[in-house]
Write a protein that binds this ligand. Structure first.
Ligand code: FAD
Length: 497
């Protein structure tokens, strides 16, 4: 047994144990939700399990500590979830946001699993709570984690350690040894770690700014679009193994520019700004680009079905920046973001403070105000407040911007996670030339692109990671057990020969 000493965030000494001499049944690469679900399930199936997490202990968990909720189907009220959210409605929501770029078979597997995986999550220490006020439209569809994703990740690690799962931090895997599509060993520099089966769960390539730059290229104004991206989550998802598997000939799915991409406060840090940098008042106001011009319907649908569209829309604007403009009527109707809005008593002053062309900006606001047909404003339903004769139109929640003080938020594209991934089947097996690997599986962001060709609906990331993390764990344990038996038989044959 090898001990590695760490000092945790509170300055306490922590010892981490693992056994380098052992050939583990299942090696899990990554340390977020999908990895932990795979590790726990494989361990429950009797496998010995080692997790390799590239981050140090205090930064463990990748993007998962930033999460708040998971989208779940249910046919009747379930503890924190009200009413019903049947399979068909969940599927139709997904179909709509992805524009059909989704694998129905795999999507339905994830959706169906979401009806039953929460008791298992509870067993491993994850608790749920109703949504906070201000988190709109999700009390029916999304179960919120008590204490957020950080509590979920900590609970899973506690449970994994109690069950005997071994964890190594600061263990960035840079290569995989494969033999005709079979996993043989993982490599960390010169070190080799063998296992009977492996689950890849090490996120997308969102934090790899060079790869983002290459994928997005230059726009019509000669700008490198990705140079203005901010990464909402971890700095550790660099796509090293995604790239490695691509080069090794694994079957891939998805477009490298497709991602969950939110318009976030331009003042957010480059990494790990998290949920509090999201600005949730777009549907209550208007969005203008740096020319002071509107460019998309701000009231197209409920915010949880649209928020992940806006990062991409802003990415396609000149300078990759846009401004969300609201008036005092919107205050109190959305979750206050961490940075306060820029405040002005008049629209002209607001234009000045945003460095926008005053004439163009005032024209845009005036055109919008004149086009508003206000019926009965209700932000909780798709109401009848809309514009007429305006391009682009605003189809719901359209009210004139006329009540000072006025507020603005400068927004930039905030990449959450990328959709380019490894192609899988219903067993979460990695494929080579259409053939499933016998012992290499994948879960979470690394395969989310099978279900999310584009678009997003809030909470589906954790649905996919939890569902396929558990499938990958079961399949890896099964494959390892078969391999173990084969090895034992061979040893027996040698001994008796
Ligand atoms: C701010 C924010 C809020 C979000 N909110 C929600 C939400 O409320 N609901 C929802 O469904 N989704 C949400 N998401 C998306 C969600 O985080 C992801 O869908 C989910 O966490 C993905 O889990 P994962 O295990 O695949 O990846 P991650 O949790 O990112 O884990 C990847 C892991 O792999 C490790 N790793 C990377 N490369 C290597 C390597 N080479 N070797 C070893 N380890 C490696 C990383 O350190 C990390 O531990 C949010 C994301 C962000 C950023």
């Amino acid at each position: 047994m090898q001990d590695i000493e760490h000092v945790d965030v509170r300055g306490r000494r922590q010892l981490e144990h693992w056994r380098p001499e052992l050939k583990y049944d299942v090696l899990v690469i990554g340390g977020g939700n999908a990895a932990l679900c795979a590790a726990l399930t494989a361990r429950e199936a009797g496998a010995s399990v080692l997790i390799l997490e590239s981050a140090p202990r205090e930064w463990r968990g990748g993007n998962s500590p930033h999460t708040r909720n998971v989208r779940c189907m249910h046919d009747e009220p379930q503890d924190v979830l009200v009413d019903a959210y049947p399979e068909e409605e969940y599927w139709q929501d997904l179909l709509k946001v992805t524009g059909g770029l989704t694998n129905e078979k795999l999507a339905r597997i994830a959706i169906k699993a979401s009806a039953t995986f929460r008791p298992w999550m509870r067993k491993h220490g994850v608790n749920f709570q109703p949504p906070l006020s201000g988190a709109l439209h999700v009390a029916r569809t999304n179960a919120f984690f008590m204490g957020g994703g950080k509590a979920l990740v900590n609970a899973y690690y506690r449970s994994a350690e109690a069950l005997g799962v071994q964890v190594r931090y600061e263990a960035p895997v840079d290569a995989i040894e494969l033999d005709d599509g079979r996993f043989v060993a993982a490599r960390i520099g010169a070190e080799r770690i063998e296992a009977h089966a492996c689950v890849l769960a090490c996120g997308g390539f969102e934090s790899n700014l060079e790869w983002q730059r290459e994928a997005w290229g230059q726009n019509e104004w000669g700008e490198w679009t990705a140079d203005n991206f901010l990464i909402r989550g971890t700095r550790f998802n660099k796509g090293v193994l995604l790239k490695f598997m691509m080069d090794a000939g694994a079957d891939m799915i998805g477009d490298p520019t497709q991602a969950h991409c939110v318009a976030i406060d331009a003042r957010a840090p480059l990494y790990d700004g998290g949920i509090c940098t999201r600005v949730d008042c777009v549907s209550l106001g208007i969005m203008v680009n740096k020319n002071g011009v509107r460019f998309y319907d701000e009231g197209e649908d409920f915010w949880p079905k649209r928020y992940a569209l806006w990062g991409r829309l802003v990415a396609h604007q000149p300078g990759q920046i846009a401004y969300c403009i609201i008036d005092s009527k919107a205050i109190g109707r959305f979750m206050p973001p961490v940075f306060p809005g820029i405040k002005a008593l008049t629209l002209a002053e607001l234009a000045l403070r945003l460095n926008l062309d005053e004439k163009a900006f005032l024209q845009t606001v005036n055109d919008y105000n004149v086009a508003c047909r206000v019926g009965t404003f209700n932000h909780a339903v798709l109401d009848d407040c809309h514009t007429e004769g305006l391009n682009p139109s605003k189809t719901h929640w359209a009210q004139p911007i006329d009540t000072g003080p006025f507020y603005a938020y400068a927004l930039r594209p905030g990449i959450t996670f990328t959709y380019l991934g490894l192609k899988i089947d219903e067993r979460a097996a990695v494929h080579f030339n259409g053939k499933p690997s016998a012992n290499l599986f994948v879960a979470g962001e690394m395969m989310a692109g099978n279900i999310l060709g584009k678009g997003y609906t809030a909470g589906v990331g954790m649905t996919i990671g939890t569902a396929f993390g558990r499938i990958a764990g079961v399949e890896a344990a099964r494959s390892a057990s078969a391999a173990g038996e084969r090895e034992q038989n061979q040893e027996l044959q040698h001994a008796t020969a």
